[in-house]
Write a protein of this length. Structure first.
Length: 276
């Protein structure tokens, strides 16, 4: 079967909004080529690779995320390894990375990424700012192994990975910037039963009945881990901006502000801590 025929066949099998794109991404991964290749070589015969492609399409047809089938997802132009032990990095989270890079922080800033998963945020910040010392935590050892492989593959020397349940293993450590994309979905939310999230760890997604349990813990705990002053930046759901601003203001943060993602949805809320 030719590339063009295989893609048409796959698109019909998948029957979703992203069918064509998914089929192209999977075939590119299998062939080890970029998307342009698929168009410039559309009459190339797939030969024995057709069978593997059909198996990949069958997994996708059953709902498995593309990132789990390929084992990689690009974030901030970094090809990150992904497994079912971690959340799949989302483009929304790049809003958080951008905000951090826009701040006037010391050239040798100490930065903490809580619940790092694949290491997406931490790897992006550490690679953009070689002078920063980035610490990234996760309570899941399996997730930390994935983050560690990503750290090694990118070759980051300014990133330290720590097995910690939020601030549990960080006693005495101080930072200039604390960030997190914590679990923030409410238990029982209907979004949990469709799409990629069905295949992601619930512990990385769900946070109590309101979805705000972990954000409350992080906002309160972070105050103990700034060196007098520092910024906190948290990702959250599109409808949680007001609640997160309230949490930060009630905890004593100043300059509290919510920032929208590229789709115009409330996505991150930030606050400045200054020791009273
Ligand atoms: N920090 C990771 C990410 O942004 C994981 C987030 C999570 O598991 N909630 O992809």
């Amino acid at each position: 079967m030719k590339i063009s025929e295989a893609l048409r066949w796959a698109q019909n099998q998948l029957d979703s909004d992203t069918a064509r794109l998914d089929a192209e991404v999977l075939l590119c991964h299998l062939l080890g080529v970029g998307r342009v290749y698929l168009f410039t070589h559309d009459d190339q015969d797939l030969g024995r690779q057709l069978n593997t492609f059909k198996k990949m399409i069958e997994r996708r047809r059953c709902g498995e995320p593309v990132a789990h089938i390929t084992g990689v997802r690009e974030f901030w132009s970094l090809p990150l390894q992904v497994t079912p032990a971690t959340l799949i990095p989302r483009p929304d989270t790049e809003t958080l990375v951008e905000w951090c890079l826009d701040q006037e922080l010391p050239a040798t800033a100490r930065v903490l990424d809580l619940g790092t998963g694949t290491g997406a945020i931490a790897c992006a910040l550490a690679s953009e700012r070689p002078g920063w010392s980035v610490t990234a935590t996760d309570r899941s050892r399996e997730a930390l192994e994935v983050a560690s492989r990503n750290k090694t593959q990118i070759g980051l020397e300014n990133l330290e990975l720590v097995n910690s349940d939020w601030f549990g293993s960080l006693t005495g450590l101080r930072f200039d910037l604390i960030v997190s994309n914590p679990p923030y979905i409410a238990e029982g939310d209907e979004h949990l039963s469709s799409g990629d999230v069905r295949f992601e760890p619930k512990t990385a997604l769900v946070s109590g009945v309101s979805g705000l349990d972990d954000i409350l813990i992080i906002a309160a705990g972070a105050c103990e881990h700034f060196d007098g002053t520092g910024w906190l930046a948290l990702e959250h759901g599109y409808d949680q901006g007001e609640s997160v601003r309230d949490i930060l203001e009630n905890t004593g943060y100043r300059a509290v502000e919510t920032i929208q993602d590229l789709a115009g949805q409330d996505r991150i809320t930030v606050g400045f801590w200054s020791q009273p």
